[in-house]
Design a protein around this ligand. Structure first.
Ligand SMILES: Cc1cc2nc3c(=O)[nH]c(=O)nc-3n(C[C@H](O)[C@H](O)[C@H](O)COP(=O)(O)OP(=O)(O)OC[C@H]3O[C@@H](n4cnc5c(N)ncnc54)[C@H](O)[C@@H]3O)c2cc1C
Length: 406
């Protein structure tokens, strides 16, 4: 392996892998290294909580590229390798074993780490913080019909994992502090309807409660809750959000967005940090979203894909501003949705339903202007949703009936 590369990518997730494509779309020749802590080559995370549990995908299908692709792209992969330090004055990264590698341009595509439970016993081996392919394999081994699971968290990961386990015959108890599932994105009526669906499928949903301790007793784990319940299970899974991977940037003195809770590495419209040779992209980056008029950090697949590619192109000299409207998707049992723009349940919403809380479109508005759209079991309309938001028009109730046909 070389000790000097023109481009170094830290992090072998979606943003890191997409950056290779971005770089190679402009520069076929200069040297590229991708160093990632995960021992597996870059893969897609969404199937870990969805299609791998419904049989729609097999594990080998989640990998973004095969070995030949990386060889043909002329990229050196250092997997299972954690980068411990970044020195921006010498333009060097230091690997965990002490090895030093020089870079010309560097991308921090370090994603995020699962947030940990702070309650006593939160580190017990029967609790898994769900993020990686290895976490999926751990869970798969234990998810036998009749097994008992406690799922902590009612956001994206918690609700998807609870549905996935339940579909595979596991007896699931969900616990989370909010009054209903995915409260951050669903308006109340929809959130409660989805929650009812979970209950009708046999999932025990303990909304408005939290674990206060975990204890292992022989072959089980007991989760004690604030409301005084003792939940016995074979294993527990936690999906309570991520902490963005900003430690290398902070250690190197690069500006972060630290004043914002959960803030990421601050980048400009070209995805460069305060150091012009260091870029950031994906779950860890706070970037200016012109269409929404804010600095935002997004933890979604489509953003990691687009931003990684854009960062790669800019590292290779494209000089293109990153203009992007957020997009994401999720599947919860039979309820699937796609969402574009600012989908934040704190905003006033209006909905047009073909079938209430099942099939229809929810519009999220700020000052009477549509800022976000959620397409519930409505497919193939994402471009229309983007157009409605980008138009920035004030959309009155009567117009909503025709804005996107359901
Ligand atoms: C189970 C699951 C389901 C999801 N489902 C959806 C979905 O349905 N829709 C959607 O829009 N989004 C979904 N997401 C979110 C989406 O997958 C993420 O937004 C995306 O993976 C972010 O990509 P990333 O490359 O920024 O970060 P990551 O995928 O986290 O990759 C970062 C990589 O950097 C590595 N790394 C970190 N620090 C270092 C270091 N110091 N040295 C070396 N390597 C390091 C990590 O090991 C990791 O491999 C899901 C996420 C999960 C976990």
């Amino acid at each position: 392996m070389k000790q000097k590369y023109d481009y170094v990518i830290v992090g072998g997730g979606l943003a890191g892998a997409s950056a290779i494509e971005g770089i190679r779309s402009l520069d076929r020749n200069r040297t590229v290294l991708l160093a990632g802590a995960d021992p597996n080559p870059p893969y897609d995370r969404p199937p870990l909580s969805k299609q791998l549990w419904t049989g729609k995908k097999k594990p080998e299908q989640i990998f973004l590229h095969d070995d030949a692709w990386y060889r043909e792209a002329g990229v050196d992969l250092r997997l299972g390798t954690t980068v411990r330090e970044l020195d921006v004055s010498d333009k060097v990264i230091v690997l965990e074993g002490g090895e030093r590698i020089e870079y010309g341009k560097l991308l921090l595509a370090t994603g995020g780490q699962p947030r940990r439970l702070t309650a006593p016993g939160g580190d017990l081996p029967r609790i898994r913080y769900f993020r990686t392919y290895d976490d999926y394999r751990w869970l798969r081994e234990r998810a036998t019909p009749g097994a008992r699971a406690v799922v902590v968290g009612g956001g994206f990961i918690g609700s998807e994992i609870a549905a996935a386990l339940s579909l595979n015959g596991v007896k699931v108890t969900m616990i989370f502090p909010e009054p209903y599932i995915a409260q951050r994105v669903f308006p109340e009526g929809l959130g409660r309807a989805v929650q009812d669906e979970y209950r009708s499928r046999g999932v025990t949903v303990l909304a408005g409660d939290i674990p206060v301790s975990f204890e292992e007793t022989g072959k089980a784990i007991v989760v004690r809750t604030r409301e005084g319940r003792d939940l016995e299970a074979d294993f527990a899974v936690a999906g309570i959000g991520i902490v963005p991977g900003i430690s290398l940037a902070l250690g190197a003195g690069l500006a972060s967005n630290g004043v914002v809770p959960g803030g990421g590495i601050r980048v400009n419209e070209f995805l460069a940090t305060s150091n012009p040779d260091v870029y950031a992209a994906g779950d860890n980056a706070s970037f200016p979203a012109k269409a929404l008029g804010d600095m935002i950090r997004i933890e979604h697949w489509d953003n990691a894909l687009a931003q990684g590619k854009a960062a790669g192109r800019n590292m290779a000299g494209a000089g293109e501003p990153f203009e992007y409207l957020p997009y994401f998707f999720s599947d919860l049992f039979d309820f699937g949705y796609e969402a574009a723009g600012l989908v934040d349940a704190r905003l006033p919403t209006r909905a047009v339903w073909k079938k209430e809380n099942e099939t229809g479109v929810v519009y999220y508005q700020r000052d009477g202007v549509v800022k976000g759209v959620m397409l519930c079991n409505v497919w193939g309309k994402v471009d229309e949703a983007r157009r409605v938001i980008s138009a920035g028009a004030r959309v009155e109730e009567t117009d909503l009936q025709t804005a996107i046909a359901v």
